[in-house]
Design a protein around this ligand. Structure first.
Ligand SMILES: Nc1ncnc2c1ncn2[C@@H]1O[C@H](COP(=O)(O)OP(=O)(O)OP(=O)(O)O)[C@@H](O)[C@H]1O
Ligand SMILES: [Mg+2]
Length: 242
C-alpha cells in the first residue's frame, strides 16, 4: 500500500462485549471512538466486517430491534418536543413499552435531579440537565448494552460521580453492559472492568482496566496515561454548553 492510500478506521478489530461488562473507551481526539459506538448501534454502516449479536449478524437483524438492545447516547443530547416527562414518556409510546414513573423519579434523584420540575419544557434545560434526561430516557428502555459517548462531559465533578455510580449500579443490578467513551481517566478507572484503548485510528489495546493502567502494552498508551489531554474545567463547565 502506498503512503497516499486512504487510511482505514479499525482494521482487523475483533472485540467481544460480555454480559454486564463495563468497558471504558479511551484515546485521543479523532481516533474513531464515536464512530465505533455509532457503528455498534448501526447509526453508521461499516464498509466491511460484521457485528454479531449472540451469533446473529447485523445484516440479518432488524435495525430497530438492534437499537433497542444496543442503545447509543450521544454527547450532544437531542430533546424531543414538550416537557421533561413527555421526553421520558414518548420513547415508551414509540416502542410500545409501559412507562414506569417510579423508576423515572428514582433515576432522576440518583443523578442529582431530584429538584427538577418534570413539567418544565425540555428545551429550557441546561446542557448538563439535557444530558442526564437523554441518558435516563435511554436507560428506561432497558437496552442490553448502553453505548455512552462522553455522557458526563457537561457535568461538574459531583454530578458526574453520581451518574457514574448510578450507571455502575444499574449495570450490576440489570446485567447491562456499558461501553463508555470518556476523556476522564479517573472515571474510567472507577467504573470500568475493561479498557479499550484507541490509537493509530484502531483498537490498540483491550485489557482489564487495572492491568491496562498498571502495564500498558504500547508506548502510545503509556504516553496517553502519563499525559492525558488537558481537560475542560469540570468545576466550571463552559456556559456555552448550557
Ligand atoms: N467510514 C470512515 N472511514 C474513514 N474515516 C472515517 C469514517 N468515519 C469517520 N471517519 C473519520 O474518523 C475520525 C474519527 O472520528 P470520531 O468522531 O469517531 O473520533 P473520536 O475519537 O470520537 O474523537 P473525539 O474524542 O474528538 O470525539 C474523524 O476524522 C472522521 O472524519
Ligand atoms: Mg467522539
Amino acid at each position: 500500500m502506498g503512503t497516499t492510500e486512504r487510511r482505514l478506521l479499525f482494521e482487523k478489530v475483533n472485540a467481544p462485549i460480555a454480559e454486564g461488562e463495563r468497558i471504558a473507551i479511551l484515546g485521543a481526539s479523532g481516533q474513531g471512538k464515536s464512530t465505533l459506538l455509532r457503528i455498534l448501534s448501526l447509526l453508521d454502516v461499516p464498509d466491511d466486517g460484521d457485528i454479531l449479536w449472540k451469533g446473529t449478524s447485523y445484516l440479518d437483524s432488524d435495525p430497530r430491534a438492534w437499537r433497542m438492545r444496543m442503545s447509543y447516547v450521544a454527547q450532544q443530547p437531542v430533546m424531543l418536543a414538550g416537557s421533561v416527562e413527555d421526553n421520558l414518556k414518548t420513547v415508551h409510546l414509540l416502542h410500545r413499552t409501559p412507562y414506569d414513573q417510579k423508576l423515572a423519579l428514582l433515576l432522576l434523584a440518583g443523578m442529582g435531579l431530584e429538584g427538577l420540575d418534570i413539567h418544565k419544557r425540555a428545551s429550557d434545560l441546561s446542557g448538563g440537565e439535557k444530558q442526564r434526561i437523554s441518558l435516563i430516557r435511554s436507560m428506561m428502555l432497558r437496552p442490553k448494552v448502553l453505548l455512552l459517548d462522553e455522557v458526563t462531559a457537561s457535568l461538574d465533578r459531583t454530578n458526574a460521580r453520581l451518574v457514574e455510580q448510578q450507571l455502575t449500579e444499574w449495570s450490576k443490578q440489570e446485567g447491562i453492559s456499558l461501553v463508555w467513551v470518556t476523556h476522564d481517566q479517573e472515571q474510567a478507572r472507577s467504573f470500568s472492568t475493561t479498557t479499550w484503548f484507541m490509537g493509530n485510528q484502531t483498537l490498540l489495546e483491550r485489557e482489564s482496566t487495572s492491568l491496562f493502567f498498571a502495564h500498558p502494552n504500547t508506548e502510545l498508551a503509556r504516553q496517553f496515561i502519563l499525559h492525558p489531554a488537558p481537560e475542560a474545567d469540570k468545576e466550571n463547565p463552559c456556559p456555552s454548553s448550557h
